[in-house]
Design a protein around this ligand. Sequence first.
Ligand code: AMP
Length: 301
Amino acid sequence: MAITAVGSIALDSIETPFGKTEDELGGAASYFSLAASYFTEVCVVAVVGEDFPTEHLELFKEFGIDTEGVKVEPGRTFRWGGVYGYDLNQRETLYTELNVFENFRPRLPDKYRDSKFVFLANIDPDLQLEVLRQVHNPALVACDTMNFWIERKREALQELLKKIDVLIVNDSETRELTGEPNLIKASRTILGLGPRTLIVKKGEHGALMFSGDSVFSAPACPLESVFDPTGAGDAFAGGFVGYLDYTGNLDEVNLRKAVIYGSIMASFCVEEFGIKKLTTITTTDIANRYKEFREVAYFEL
Ligand code: AMP
């Protein structure tokens, strides 16, 4: 099976207290696809400009990522710049240059339309809805969004929530979407809007998964070296959806394991700048970190 993933492919410039990069491969779809590629095939739908280095498309291919859905349009690639201070949970966006992304209209190649697993990264909810109109009968649709769309496109977002299975957002987005500071109450409101499952990412404090009456709390891996948190949320989604697609099992026990695989991919992502670490790990590294997560969360009844 393969996942269809739709979102940004970018050239990012990032500054943290530990270093600086310029015009490196980034974007939500890049982080998602590389993370998910350790579990399954990914078909990516995105747009880049004529200036996009072909070596990045080659890299996707090396990871078995299908790039037929990546359109190259005249103009410059989407660029994003961000800076972090010592509190890596806080970042400032320096600039967002939409460029060819401004007129992005996702069009799925025919062979993507039967994908059973779909990930809608953070883009305009109207475009996320347009993608859903093109897929035939998905088993699971997972979706991200951000404060920008919650504030400006609430109606489209509410329409979208009725059509998806899993919403993956961070704690501040959960609060903003519901106007409710308590995450447990907020989760009930969101599950009432449509999704069967809500995942709330809490950065270095782990993640919560709500489905029906069940709550699962996953720890974050206690890492000594965190260099760059960019893309951690998308890497989380890649590990989560990637594992579900690989196993094809959507029961609660497996969803909980998928949250751990999501946390694992996020933990690797933040250990180096940009996408770098996601291109150098092995399946043995992933298996070893799974054991570490078990140890961190284990306690006797
Ligand atoms: P995250 O750290 O999960 O917010 O993801 C960061 C990635 O999102 C970066 O690689 C950016 O290129 C990309 N990004 C930043 N702003 C936007 C936006 N408005 N729409 C789509 N992607 C974005």
